[in-house]
Write a protein that binds this ligand. Structure first.
Ligand SMILES: [Cu+2]
Length: 402
């Protein structure tokens, strides 16, 4: 009953004039759509198309009430070089892949002016953060997508502490993996992890997978499609039913029953966005272009793994064990000593490594399919742990980069 009541007040707020929502409210309560899903779609109600619009959702303090740390972030399409010879089309935050890494302190107030410099729609979802729901970045559920040349202002308090990330939540399978991801690190005051493992360096490794062929074709196609939709919307000629924009679940069901709308999953497209990932990487690069991690004998380093792909990875360190100390930003009650860790899609994993075995050591995905470039091994998700105060007794004939 609580869910149904909450839904009905929100549905009333979002209802277009003259639309009676009472019928579907009842239906939704029974069908389990009461507290989310299509019922909170806001697309066609109060939705702003104008380029240049600054969208300030409710739910967070104003500039005068708290002291915000302000960040400006924009998305545009770039040709990003993964390794020499391979440039891929990507949606890039501030022109870089991955996006800028945020470092804030627990409890800081954060304001992010997010500007869309592409012809596509986007949002930002703050993965793992306790933001107000109006700032959560899920299109059709908590906000309208951010249209071309618009700015959406995200405001929230940085919590909880730990390793988190952010990504686009519009067209997530393509957008989030193909550029729109970055780390969001919230530092804890007197971090207990730093006291237990007195690390002096802190590395973030965003784990990535790309289908560079699909990205090229699909981004081109999306931009064409979006241009058509934008033009129709501007002229007031967009037919919401044909284009699949509904205010609620009941409208969707009715349009389908009336034969006016054929959902994409029933259309001729077989498989839709079917990714055949052919490049894998760390921090925007594939081996051998991936940067190595430095360490010295007797030094602790912290390594934050963030899986920004929708694949599972199995990261293995040579010559050492590491201590797995946190997952999804939260310190583990019982750290685990491992040399291979299973990294779930979307998850973050914090490792501590102690330098006690000087040498050059691989740290790579042990699912070797993902340690290839276009099928050729070695490549992909592979980096190195390189001792800096180390005189090698043997150097292979190929270069070992310092
Ligand atoms: Cu996007």
């Amino acid at each position: 009953m609580t869910g149904a009541a909450a839904m009905s007040s929100r549905a009333a707020e979002n209802a277009a004039p003259g639309i009676d929502h009472s019928a579907h409210m009842d239906h939704s309560a029974h069908m389990g759509h009461g507290s989310g899903g299509y019922d909170s779609m806001m697309f066609m109600t109060g939705h702003k198309m104008e380029p240049g619009a600054i969208i300030e959702p409710p739910g967070a303090p104003a500039d005068t009430e708290v002291d915000y740390k302000v960040f400006d972030i924009e998305v545009r399409i770039v040709q990003h070089e993964i390794i020499p010879g391979i440039k891929a089309h990507m949606f890039a935050f501030n022109g870089q892949v991955p996006g800028p890494e945020f470092h804030v302190n627990e409890g800081d107030w954060v304001k992010v002016n997010f500007t869309n410099k592409t012809e596509e729609m986007h949002t930002i979802h703050w993965h793992g953060l306790y933001v107000p729901y109006t700032m959560d970045g899920v299109p059709m559920m908590t906000q309208d997508p951010v249209h071309p040349e618009q700015t959406f202002v995200y405001r929230f308090q940085a919590k909880p502490a730990g390793t988190h990330w952010y990504h686009c939540h519009w067209g997530t399978p393509l957008h989030a993996s193909h550029g729109m991801h970055g780390a969001f690190i919230i530092h804890k005051k007197d971090d207990p992890l730093k006291q237990k493992y007195p690390y002096t360096r802190d590395y973030t490794l965003m784990l990535e997978a790309w289908d560079v062929d699909l990205a090229r074709e699909e981004i081109g196609g999306l931009l064409e499609g979006m241009k058509q939709v934008n033009t129709l919307m501007e002229k007031g000629r967009l037919d919401p039913v044909t284009h699949g924009f509904f205010r609620n679940y009941a409208e969707f069901v009715k349009a389908y029953a009336d034969g006016k709308y054929v959902p994409p999953y029933l259309q001729g497209r077989s498989g839709g966005l079917e990714f055949r990932y052919n490049f894998f990487g760390i921090n925007g690069k594939a081996h051998p272009a991936v940067q190595h991690m430095g360490i010295k004998q007797g030094e602790w380093i912290r390594v934050r793994l963030v899986n920004a792909s929708d694949l599972s990875h199995h990261m293995h360190l040579h010559g050492h064990d590491f201590w797995w100390v946190a997952q999804d930003g939260n310190e583990l009650a019982q750290p685990m000593r491992l040399n291979t860790i299973h990294v779930h899609p979307g998850g973050t994993y914090d490792l501590m490594i102690y330098g006690d075995n000087p040498g050059y050591w691989a740290f790579h995905n042990h699912r070797t399919t993902y340690a290839r470039n276009n099928g050729i091994y070695p490549g992909g998700m592979h980096t190195g742990l390189f001792y800096e105060d180390f005189t090698p007794t043997y150097k292979p004939t190929i270069t070992v980069d310092e």
